[in-house]
Each structure stands twice: as C-alpha cells, then as structure tokens.
Design a protein around this ligand. Sequence first.
Ligand code: ADA
Length: 553
Amino acid sequence: MERLFATHQIRHSQEAAPFWNFRTLDEGGLDKPIRTLVPGAWETLPMLRSYRGRGVYEQTFTGGGNLRFQFGGVSFRAKVSLDGQEIVSHYGAYTAFDAIVPGVPEGQHTLTVEVDNRFGGDSALHVVNDYYSYGGITRPVVLEQLPDAYIARLYVTPIFTDEGWKAAVETTVRNLADESASYDLHIIIDGLAEGEVSLQLDAKAETVTSALIDCPDAEFWQPLNARLYTITARLEKDGQPVDDLIDRFGFRQVQVQGKDILFNGEKLLLKGFNRHEDYGSFGCAIPLSAMQQDLDLMLDLGCNCVRTCHYPNDPRFLDLCDELGILVWEESHARGLTEEQMRNPHFMEQTLLCTREMVQQHYNHPAIFIWGCLNECADNCEYGADCYRQTYQQLRALDLSRPITAALLERPGGLVFGESDVVSVNLYPLWYHDCPVQRQIDMKLEEIRTHGGDNKPVIISEIGAGAIYGNHDPFGQAKWSEERQCTILRQQIETVLAEPELSGVFLWQFADCRICDEWFGSRPRAYNNKGVVDEFRRPKMSYAVVKELFHRE
Ligand code: ADA
C-alpha cells in the first residue's frame, strides 16, 4: 500500500505486482537471475548484504492508454524503461518520481528499472556516510491509467483568521490531449465545505486554480490529538466524473514568536528522537507494521515529535504521524558534507531537487511542522553559507506556512544562525567532548546570540551517547556500555529540558542504524550505536531513563 488511505476512487490506480524478475550487473552480485519482492532493499538478500552496483528489475503487465508509473523511492539512481525505451531517470533515494506515457497500445508490456547504488562523482548527496545508502526499489510502485485530463497536484494550506479557519486550495490539472476542452473541478472537504469551478484547459498544458474555502466548523489538529480531514478534488466532463485525487490534511498553525515556536498558539516543548529509516532485517524498506511499532515505542517513551534525519521519509510513516499527532521535522537529504563535497558541481542541483520534491510531495501532511535541510554541512565558510541561503530561499519560495531550520554542527564559526526561522544545533557533551552539558549549551547559546541568531527559538537537534546492546559495565564507566549511556543521557536530557532558552530536543537516536562499510573503523559493529533501542528495536537500559525524563512535566 502506497498510502494509508485510497488516493483515488475514480482513477484506475493499482500497486505493481509484488514479484519482479531481478538480476545484477556488477561484480559481487548474483550468479543468476531471481524473483524478488518490491518494495525491498537488496541488502536484505543474504548474498547481496554489501553489494554496491547495478540491479535490474523487470515485470510484465497488461494495459494501455495514458499510463502513469509512480515510484515512491528507488535507491539511489533509477533508469526506467517501457518495452526497452527509457521513459524517466531519477537521482536520490528518498523522494518519489513518475513517468507518464500517453497513448500506449493495449496489450502486454515490460517495465524495466535499472537501479544503481554505487558512489561516484555524479552523486553529491549519497556519499560514504554515517548511515547506509541501500540499493533497490525501496518504496511502492503504482501503475495508473489516466484520462485525457487529470489532476496532477493538490495543495491545501489551512489559514486561521478572525472569522475562523479557511482552507487555501491550489489544484493543478493537466491536459494531455491535443485539443483544448472544458471541465468542471469539484473540491470537497469532508463534512465541512464544497466548491466548484469551471475550467477551460489548453491543449497539452497545465492549469492551476486557487480557491479560499471557509471552514468555520473545522476542528484543530493538535499534537497527540489529531483531527484529520479528507479533501477530494474531482474532475468532471459533461457531468461525468473522469478523474480524482484524494488527500488528507489538518487545521493547525505554526508560528515563530521571538524565542518561541507556537503550535496553534501554544508554546511548543519538543521531546523526541532522530530516526533513520533503517531496520535490522529490512534495511530502509521498512514494513508498515514496523513503522507503527517505532511510533508506538516513541509514544511510550513520552515523545511528541520525530526528526526524519537526514532525508525525506516514506509517506506512509508521515501518514502514521498525521494519525497519531506526532510532530515531524522533515529534512531534505544531506549529512555532514564538507566544503569540498559541497563544491561538487552536482551538489546544489541535487539539493534543490530533493528539497523541492520533498516539499511538493509532503506539503499536505499536518504533522510536518518544520522543514530542515543540510545537516551539519559547511556553514562556517562563505561558499557553504551561500548553499544554505539558496536552500532556505527555495524552501521559503515553496512554503511560507512552516518555519525552516537546519541542524548545525557543534563547532564554532557558523555563518547562518541569522538566516533560518529557528536555530538548531547538534551537541555531544560527555560523549565526543568532555565538557559539562550546561557549559556547552551556554557557550553555544552565547555564540548564537552574538552571531545573528539573537531572539530566535533554539532546538537541540541532536544529543546522545552510544551503547552496544547487551554490553554492560557494572562500574558504569566504560564507553559503549549501556550503563554509561544511561548516565550521559540522564544529564543531557535533564539539562536540556530545564533550560528555558531552548524549545526542546531531538535525541540522537531512536534505533541503532547500519553505516557505510567504509566507516567501520570508528563505529563498532559498523553500526551507529547511539540508539535507545538496537536495530531490532530491543530496548537498552537507557530506554527507561528517557521514558522517565520525557514523562516528567
Ligand atoms: C552527527 C550527525 C549524525 C551522526 C551523529 C553521531 O551529529 O548529524 O548523523 O553521525 O553525529 O553519531 O556522531
């Protein structure tokens, strides 16, 4: 299932058959072709545990007409062909892309996807890193049959006014036909409001329409008390429905006021985790039930938020957060890139692509309360600072309804504290630095104040310590012991939550995650071991510490 609700009642849309023929093209791959399940990461096959190379997925299907192929995520380069003819290519594992092929003759066709997860100079964001860049078709694939005109996009922005809630709705309709034509567009917000507009669609063009719809009876979407509404856009021709697009959204408002982040007018205190999309037995292609379990654990721990470090997440995870009322910091892809890496000629183009796709694809999720980008990149040099500015500018151009931020590295010298709405910093006192927690926070706050970030909200976007599951030190001192992780996390959380200057914390991290093999020297087990649960979600001793402290008022 691509989402947690039906996105169409009228359009013919169905998920691709789960089994695909699969073969590899490079050294270290398979001896012979196999059948494999999609979505999935090929590293979950025992013989491809560390395969970096190309894999080819193929399946036949019967159909015809205007076909749309939607890929939720392919990690991390994709080249898609229909009957041997390339129809689309895409870079980046964490956002969806599609191909529309009009006028396909009825019959049997072959869909081929060549996937490549090798690092290389053409890839500026997927590089050797402190998480694993998996290979495969890792999110659902959907096949659709489109009418001549279809609804391509639907954005809803809730706006709180003196007269109550309104919904600003922007719909894009695309006409694939060679002639212009008249259509009617209906917008229905479940139980609240309806609207209708007549459209004259030009041949082979997109038409964007906007409407501001009164929703005086709308209920608030609140953290941990989520009220979701369904919005349907339905396209009709001569009174007959021809296409639809269904999404969900919520009425809520995020504001930045001085040093506070206000959610529906109330000051937010964030208590949550960083979570990689990674699971011991599934890699990055996590089944729905395991996503739900992660959120159940987070709720049990007392969290009200999660950060999708360091890339956009599977929309089903965001759907679950929408349902449960868990706030999401979603960020575009990039982690720890140096100035040299940011100078890769593809860096800015790939960053802006991922950022644009993230905002456009996830715009309607009420749970997303802030956009992030460029985790721990080179914000301390003019070149890097300019990359931050360009990315912020793009985020603002795409969405003015949410604040923006970036998790900045703890070293001094940052040049962009003044450029985002919220300042966020990653700090590791008592783990990487033998410095009392309060002192490191005071020093950082002082630097932020005096370098452009005065009077802005500040979030601790990462703080934490490592422990290997089952590794014990009765004296509580040894690095990597569960006991020491408890001691450090206790001091970190108590200090951060008691600091009135801060808007909260995202602990590093929820679960242990696999890292690139090349990093094995600095990461025992080739995992980042700072989870409070391990990669199979077995709780470490620190789980109880976080639970106690997050549940304290
Ligand atoms: C950084 C980084 C994380 C992770 C963490 C760590 O803050 O943003 O991705 O690498 O450090 O574990 O050291």
